[in-house]
Design a protein around this ligand. Structure first.
Ligand SMILES: Cc1ncc(COP(=O)(O)O)c(C=O)c1O
Length: 303
């Protein structure tokens, strides 16, 4: 079996050892970008984050990322301490400090800040938020279509850590990924509480059947920005697309399957639970959607 790959694999880039990082209003060298062991993010995974990509000087779909960040912060009752313009300006300042123009990926993180005591209660986080922005030089390099394994870890109901939240704590997803790797796959396919196919541990999931594109209803998964762009592109280009419940039987029998996410855009899936999907290579519908998405990025980023 081929070595396992990840859906967030990038070309090695030595410049990433010398990047500058935004930490609480300061731009510091990577080696000095450190947070306290009392930080709510470190101690409890108490925070929210966004992953964004830079194409030719433009942060793709920045408004949508800011909407999702501020919505998530409101949901967990976390005051970011900056307004949208402030967060965007911190991102741009970090980009500028690193002299980056394209092919860069940002992880923008906000936690509830440093605690006065090492316990869970949020009132113990009194420093104000910790804000960190890592931007790395990043050219995705995913050497082959992805292998998935279905795992027992579910996408939960919204009242138990709503899976829509891009929370720092990703333990459920990490356990899912570990289980998939132990089953010889690269990433986990996760079902919802009813047993319908939902999402992978780090990307949204689509199948193609007889020219139709299917994805989950959107309940129980991240409201992925790339997911929504793919749905919108299908609608605008007369590709039938459905947000619906579907099962593993539908998925094993699909002609194509692919993942979506800001990092990898659309990544083909070759195998699920030891069964080849379609030809095991990128199919024509996936290829078409990839081309449409590339054009969308080019238009959006004025390339
Ligand atoms: C669990 C999960 N699903 C899907 C996505 C993809 O979302 P987006 O397309 O907004 O990058 C992410 C990215 O953060 C994620 O963590």
């Amino acid at each position: 079996m081929a070595h396992s790959v990840t859906t967030h694999q990038a070309e090695e880039d030595a410049r990433n050892e010398a990047i500058l990082i935004y930490l609480d209003g300061k731009i510091v060298p990577k080696a000095e970008a450190k947070v306290s062991v009392y930080d709510s993010g470190f101690m409890l995974g108490d925070g929210v984050w966004e992953g964004l990509r830079l194409y030719e000087g433009t942060w793709a779909f920045l408004d949508e990322h800011m909407d999702r960040l501020f919505e998530a912060a409101k949901a967990i009752d976390l005051d970011i301490g900056l307004d949208r313009a402030g967060v965007v300006s911190a991102l741009l300042e970090t980009q500028k400090a690193n002299g980056m123009y394209t092919d860069a990926h940002a992880r923008l993180m906000v936690t509830r800040g440093v605690k006065v005591r090492p316990f869970q209660h949020p009132s113990l986080s009194r420093s104000g938020p910790t804000i960190a922005i890592i931007i790395e030089h990043s050219r995705p390099s995913i050497p082959r279509p992805i292998r998935l394994a279905t795992v027992p870890h579910l996408r939960g109901l919204p009242m138990t850590q709503d899976p829509k939240l891009n929370s720092h704590s990703k333990l459920n997803c990490i356990l899912a990924c570990i289980a998939a790797e132990k089953a010889g796959a690269d990433e986990a396919l996760m079902l919802d509480v009813h047993g319908f196919v939902n999402t992978t541990n780090a990307c949204n999931f689509f199948i193609v059947r007889k020219g139709e594109v299917w994805t989950s209803t959107g309940d129980y998964c991240m409201n992925g920005i790339t997911r929504q762009k793919v749905i919108d592109l299908c609608r605008a280009n007369s590709i039938p697309v459905y947000e619906r419940n579907f099962s593993l039987v539908d998925t094993y029998g699909a002609d194509e399957a692919f993942l979506t996410g800001t990092f990898g855009a659309q990544t083909p899936v070759a195998v699920l639970d030891g069964r080849q999907i379609g030809t095991g290579r990128m199919g024509p519908v996936t290829e078409r959607i990839r081309a449409l998405y590339k054009n969308l990025i080019a238009e959006h980023c004025g390339v």
